[in-house]
Design a protein around this ligand. Structure first.
Ligand code: UDP
Ligand code: MG
Length: 309
């Protein structure tokens, strides 16, 4: 039996020794074979040197370096492609996902036969009001559109070998790990955990990256925003019919609506609706374009397991 742990790192040079030192004793205590696949997501600091040093010191660790920053989702894809354990644990590199929970995850998988063990946030840790509100808004929208309730879900999960094989068959270029692992199904168990505070560095998610992930998530799971365009068109049609009849009646009575105000207001309203609809369609079109190009999800520059590097 072999357990793989996969971790993405982006500009975490200070955090790496701390994480490795916390993780390895926990994995050793499991009393079975293990490996850790550590992915450097195109960092610009000393992350790769730190990962290489850790791998040199311990042969059970393996590091992969991307040719540039491809994002956490791509790093997870690379790590899941590389991991060959009977179960794979996915976690963050900043110890906000406490390694102490791993033995319980492994027990649920090994003794009770669960194929997916999900870490569920029992508290969200220290987080700003803004990011709390954003998360609440995103998850309620996601639930309404896709039917999956991901509130308090996290990327801290154990996946059985079979689940990882199915994951590898997924064809989309832009993945949303949290949603897709729910979509895959299988026998699932939940383990609550407290989100710990970050020890070194700060969050690597820029607002731009978060917005992009939210758009990927929603457009991967729902075509509802496209129906909104039709609804908007229907509403406009009904409105313009009523307004048209009223205008004609007034004209027949000799008191036609006067001035440009009416025209300008109507133009602005219709223009806004058209731009909004085009934008919505454009988002889906861009995703289809990305998918059709068929580029790989990530490019590996170095791998400590590959010879001659
Ligand atoms: N991460 C990554 N690529 C990115 C952004 C983040 O590999 O482009 C990694 C990061 O190094 C960390 C994990 O993803 O190990 C979670 O990121 P972070 O702690 O910054 O996110 P938060 O906890 O704020 O959601
Ligand atoms: Mg974090």
């Amino acid at each position: 039996m072999k357990i793989s742990v996969v971790i993405p790192f982006f500009n975490e040079e200070k955090q790496i020794p701390i994480t490795v030192d916390a993780l390895v004793p926990v994995l050793t205590s499991l009393g079975c074979d293990f490996e850790a696949v550590l992915v450097d997501d195109g960092s610009s600091d000393g992350t790769w040197a730190a990962l290489r040093a850790a791998c040199t010191a311990d042969a059970r660790l393996r590091a992969i370096r991307f040719s540039r920053n491809f994002g956490k989702e791509a790093a997870l894809c690379a790590a899941l492609d590389a991991a060959d354990g009977d179960a794979v644990v996915v976690m963050d590199g900043d110890l906000q996902h406490p390694p102490a929970v791993i033995p319980e995850m492994v027990r649920l998988w090994r003794d009770e036969g669960y194929e997916v063990v999900e870490g569920v946030k029992s508290s969200r840790g220290r987080e700003s009001l803004g990011s709390r509100l954003n998360a609440a808004l995103f998850y309620s929208l996601f639930k309404r559109l896709s039917g999956y309730d991901l509130e308090n879900a996290s990327d801290f999960k154990l996946l059985d070998r079979r689940v990882v094989e199915e994951w590898r068959r997924l064809g989309e270029r832009d993945t949303f790990f949290r949603g897709l692992s729910a979509w895959l199904g299988f026998r699932r168990a939940k383990v609550p955990f407290e989100v710990a505070d970050r020890k070194a560095g700060k969050s690597k998610w820029s607002p731009f990256k978060l917005i992009r992930l939210s758009i990927t998530a929603i457009t991967s799971f729902s075509a509802m925003p496209l129906q909104i365009v039709s609804v908007l068109g229907g509403l406009l049609l009904v409105g313009s019919l009523a307004l048209g009849i009223q205008t004609l009646v007034k004209w027949a009575q000799g008191s036609a609506a006067s001035g440009f105000t009416t025209v300008i207001l109507l133009l602005l309203l219709i223009g806004g609706c058209i731009m909004l609809s085009l934008g919505l369609i454009g988002i889906y079109l861009a995703r289809i374009f990305d998918q059709v190009k068929g580029r790989p999800r990530y490019v590996v520059a170095e791998d400590t397991r590959r010879r001659g590097r």
